[in-house]
Design a protein around this ligand. Structure first.
Ligand SMILES: *[C@@H]1O[C@H](CO)[C@@H](O)[C@H](O)[C@H]1NC(C)=O
Ligand SMILES: *[C@@H]1O[C@H](CO)[C@@H](O)[C@H](O)[C@H]1NC(C)=O
Ligand SMILES: *[C@@H]1O[C@H](CO)[C@@H](O)[C@H](O)[C@H]1NC(C)=O
Ligand SMILES: *[C@@H]1O[C@H](CO)[C@@H](O)[C@H](O)[C@H]1NC(C)=O
Ligand SMILES: CC(=O)N[C@H]1CO[C@H](CO)[C@@H](O)[C@@H]1O
Ligand SMILES: [Ca+2]
Ligand SMILES: [Ca+2]
Length: 582
């Protein structure tokens, strides 16, 4: 009898957990801040940590729980901060370590959690470890991947140990005169790869995580996970195995391009998962030891879907809390059908392991902003979609108010991808347009900076379209976004409800409901045609009269308006959230 009661209680506890006892990150809203472009506090034209701190109340106000910052560590900036020369110091143009501590404190004081970008695959060649490794200091000698190279049988000349190609083109091996060996760099020449087969490297990197955990950081966004390991030396040949050329080279004919090879020895090796699981152990252990809030790992990995699922854990070990889901960002565009939207929701939900949370990423600093990629008319629809799916939503700064890409002239371009092109083609490669400054108000430089010259120009006219203006307006993209995040927090349907969907023509409809609370129906008219829909009979147990809770800015609907479920008129590109009151 005692046992039976025990089982009953456990079941009850698990069901209960669904909506009322969510941990801070579960079903959370995460916001990516691009520090250079968010807010400049000292008038040098570059966004910084004190600027972020000044605007943190705004981030809280729009409904976020977590904030992650693109890299801010000390760096010679050969790859915009993805080349770190000291993981424990802040890059001076962003501020000081004390500024970062003050930012963390401010975040915690208003209930926000702060995530730092961790770039573990490589350091800068200006990192102390690399300098000591070059000098053959015994402890650091094998911190990186060094090799003598091989002698070419025909020419008798020394050449790199394998045919591996870097992400940034050309050989992934670079000769170092001082050490008289080649080192591996899967990215730029100034980004030597760390050697994760060396236990001291593994431990040092864990210590960096602990260094920041001790200072209150709430988690890490881990960069470029698939690149952490490469095949080891083949004892039979004494060198590294060559990678095969792709089957059909017509898609990538240049042997100097990364895409020319099939990366079976340098990408997504099985060892990468174990390292992620070890890092999860570090942050979980920290929480247990110091009784802190949960610390989370967000992982960036452009890899197979199966690998992404394995990033969550393998059934024995836990892994990434949030293995970034880039499927929609990669696969959806302004021509995609409603079926495709639905497909990518189900693909993740139906395949993720038990007991984890889905996550959705629609934009970041490497892709045109949502309103530019999907059309300004769909700006609200995309946010409705992101905010009403089951799981974690990740928003790239600016997309909450429908910001479009800015215009950056050839003369003003700074992205290396643009500068390597020419004035007639640079716009095809440039990522500057999605990185232009945030529009705060109608003062100089949209309130981003008081400088006469900012690192990237303000990209659009901002006199009437900025955060202040959108907050003052009766309705705006930003107000719709705030309604969405509030709804998501308050209604059980959005934290524990499942996802039931139907596609009619080019309209995606999905229902979310939980054991308690109201039932919601999202209607996204993705296509370019207006559609009148009969909502009755599309879903079980949906009858009666719904009301419009919110909708796209130019839908012509009024919040609270009762609708006729027999014939609900939708406009092309518009999204609607309807409520059936409990
Ligand atoms: C040896 O060098 C020649 C000339 O650079 C090159 O074409 C050839 O591929 C090299 N051989 C090997 C095995 O790499
Ligand atoms: C450094 O050590 C490596 C391997 O132990 C050796 O091949 C190389 O010659 C050494 N370099 C110098 C400059 O001593
Ligand atoms: C993995 O996470 C689950 C859920 O939080 C927990 O119950 C379990 O103990 C964790 N496993 C390990 C190996 O940490
Ligand atoms: C879709 O996007 C492409 C490329 O950005 C653009 O050329 C085209 O005009 C857009 N089409 C629509 C219907 O928005
Ligand atoms: C999207 C993203 O963060 N990409 C980065 C991945 O890592 C490389 C090397 O660290 C960077 O160059 C990319 O910008
Ligand atoms: Ca500044
Ligand atoms: Ca590596």
């Amino acid at each position: 009898m005692g046992k039976l009661i025990g089982i009953f209680l456990i079941v009850f506890a698990v069901c209960h957990l669904g909506y009322s006892e969510l941990d801070w990150w579960e079903n959370g809203n995460f916001y990516q801040i691009y520090p250079r472009s968010f807010k400049d506090s000292n008038g040098d034209g570059i966004g910084d940590l004190n600027g972020i701190k000044e605007k943190l109340d705004y981030v809280k106000d729009i409904g976020m729980q977590g904030v992650w910052l693109s890299p801010i560590f000390q760096s010679p900036m050969a790859d915009f901060g993805y080349d770190i020369s000291d993981y424990t110091k802040v890059q001076p143009e962003y501020g000081t370590s004390d500024d970062l501590l003050a930012l963390i404190e401010k975040a915690h004081s208003i209930g926000l959690h702060l995530i730092l970008d961790f770039v573990p695959n490589h350091t800068s060649d200006e990192h102390e470890w690399f300098k000591r490794s070059i000098a053959n200091d015994s402890y650091y000698r094998d911190f990186y991947i060094w090799h003598d190279g091989v002698i070419n049988a025909t020419t008798g000349a020394r050449q790199p140990p394998s045919n591996w190609v870097s992400q940034f083109r050309y050989s992934a091996w670079e000769w170092n005169d001082q050490r008289q060996q080649y080192y591996l760099h899967q990215f730029g020449v100034k980004q030597p790869d760390l050697n994760y087969r060396n236990p001291n490297v593994v431990e040092e990197m864990k210590n960096i995580l602990r260094f920041w955990l001790e200072r209150g950081v709430d988690g890490f966004r881990i960069d470029a996970v698939p690149f952490l390991f490469e095949a080891d030396i083949d004892p039979a040949t004494g060198t590294y195995p060559d990678e095969p050329v792709i089957a059909d080279t017509s898609s990538c004919p240049d042997p100097n391009d990364w895409c020319h090879l099939n990366h079976i020895y340098t990408n997504s090796l099985p060892e990468i998962f174990d390292i992620v699981y070890q890092w999860r152990d570090v942050v979980d252990q920290w929480k247990r030891d110091y009784d802190t809030d949960t610390k989370v790992l967000l992982t960036e990995a452009y890899t197979s879907f199966e690998n992404l699922m394995r990033m969550y854990g393998d059934g024995v070990h836990n892994g990434s809390n949030i293995p970034f889901n880039f499927e929609m960002m990669a696969e959806l565009n302004n021509q995609s059908s409603a079926e495709k939207y639905d497909y990518y929701v189900r693909h993740w939900l139906d395949n993720m392991p038990q007991g984890v949370y889905a996550n959705w990423v629609l934009g970041n600093h490497d892709n045109p902003r949502l309103a530019s990629r999907f059309g300004a008319q769909r700006a609200d629809l995309m946010n409705i979609f992101l905010q009403t799916l089951p799981g974690i939503a990740v928003t790239y700064n600016g997309e909450e108010y429908g910001l479009e890409d800015g215009y950056v002239s050839w003369e003003d371009s700074v992205d290396p991808q643009a500068c390597n092109a020419d004035p007639s083609t640079y716009l095809k490669y440039s990522r500057d347009p999605e990185r232009t400054p945030f529009l705060w108000d109608n003062s100089k430089n949209a309130g981003f900076s008081t400088a006469d010259h900012t690192w990237l120009p303000v990209g659009q006219s901002y006199e009437n379209n900025n955060i202040d203006a959108q907050l003052a307006a009766e309705n705006s993209h930003l107000k719709i976004f705030k309604q969405l995040t509030a709804l998501r927090k308050s209604e059980p349907a959005f934290s524990s409800g499942d996802y039931e969907s139907v596609v009619v023509n080019n309209v995606l409809l999905y229902k979310r409901s939980a054991d308690t609370g109201n039932t919601y129906l999202m209607i996204l008219n993705i296509g370019d045609q207006d559609e009148v829909l009969n909502l009755n009979g599309l879903f079980d147990d949906l009858s009666g009269t719904p009301e419009v809770v919110l909708s796209s800015l130019y839908s012509g609907r009024i919040n609270g308006e009762i609708v006729d479920a027999d014939s609900f008129a939708t406009k092309a590109y518009n999204g609607y959230v309807l409520r059936w009151t409990d």
